[in-house]
Design a protein around this ligand. Structure first.
Ligand code: ZN
Length: 336
């Protein structure tokens, strides 16, 4: 099995590196900033051309009634959960996820079949559709008030995953839906995809992505080790297989942040932030996220994810200062 896996992985990543996924002939991609309708159409096509190997579901509804879309591939024991675009103005995880679902679900080689027998991959694709249509960080809730809200606009979904709060007291339908799905499936790995501004490292290179594991003091021991393994693996995959420059994201300890929340619940939890680079590097950024998703799935399937040295997480360089005068493509506020 080892040689077969290595060969198949090599093919896959060669394809990923040059931006032509192996299953490119089957099904469309979405744009860099897709509308919820565009996401829905692309996923429906993937379900069809994969002969049902990409399975579609809805884990809840936004305040405006939009479906919170779930797409799943595989039937293996090890479960992974990816979440994209909790912040509506941070879109690039969504096209990356559509691409990963196509690769994992439409591809049907012996290697793909083996992979799907080992893992179940769930993706909450575009977790904040109401924010996506407005290109805004928050969900849409004119009654929003209090901490982690923009009064009259909505709530910051990524502050409402606190597993210590009774779910019926949680005012954010998108967060409730992800939390409930977590409790239903107990994924071993959770990766949450966001976007950040632009940063320059002391060596002059620009950060293209940042990552961070749970930093809540409530996450200790095995779940923390596992999260740091996923972080190191993601660092290696993004740098070596996608050419990314990856740094450590300076995130906080609050339990309501998905990165911390799903670590508290016991998953190997990671935040991935793609920098908001100019238009000619958007494809590079989508590919970085795509490569990290497919690589992590592969390493979870063959177990290599758990043989990474978690102590190496401490060597991921700190993020440098903000790049002055940077022009952002996606015109968004800079926040995780
Ligand atoms: Zn964000």
């Amino acid at each position: 099995m080892r040689w077969k896996l290595a060969a198949a992985t090599a093919v896959l990543f060669t394809a990923g590196l040059i931006g032509v996924p192996a299953a490119a002939q089957a099904g469309p991609l979405v744009s860099a900033r897709p509308s919820p309708q565009e996401v829905g159409r692309a996923l429906a096509t993937l379900a069809r051309v994969s002969d049902g190997r990409v399975r579609l579901g809805i884990i809840g509804r936004s305040n405006e009634g939009r479906p919170l879309r779930l797409a799943s591939v595989g039937h293996g024991r090890t479960r992974l959960l990816f979440v994209t675009q909790q912040h509506g103005d941070e879109p690039l995880g969504t096209p990356a996820a559509v691409r990963a679902l196509r690769e994992l679900g439409v591809g049907n080689s012996a290697w793909h079949k083996w992979l799907r027998s080992r893992v179940t991959v769930d993706v909450v694709v575009q977790a904040n559709p109401d924010g996506a249509v407005r290109n805004q960080r928050y969900n849409h809730d004119p009654g929003a008030a209090g901490e982690y809200s923009e009064p009259g606009v909505g709530y910051d979904i990524n502050r409402f995953h606190n597993p210590l709060t009774p779910i019926e007291d949680n005012p954010v339908p998108e967060s409730r839906a992800v939390l409930r799905y977590w409790h239903k499936t107990h994924p071993r790995v959770v990766v949450d995809y966001h976007m950040q501004g632009r940063y320059r490292q002391p060596d002059g290179r620009e950060t293209t992505a940042s990552i961070l594991w749970p930093t809540s003091p409530l996450v200790q021991g095995k779940p923390l080790d596992a999260a740091r393994r996923v972080a190191v693996f993601t660092y290696d995959a993004m740098t070596e297989r996608a050419g990314a420059d990856v740094t450590r994201y300076p995130g906080g300890d609050y339990e309501g942040i998905a990165r911390n929340a799903y670590g508290i619940l016991g998953s190997a939890s990671l935040l991935a932030e793609l920098s908001d680079l100019p238009a000619d590097q958007v494809e590079f950024q989508i590919n970085s996220a795509y490569v990290s998703m497919v690589s992590t799935v592969t390493a979870a399937a063959d177990g290599s994810l758990w043989r990474v040295d978690p102590a190496r997480a401490d060597t991921v360089p700190a993020r440098g200062p903000s790049l002055p005068g940077a022009i952002s493509t996606l015109s968004r506020a800079d926040a995780a």
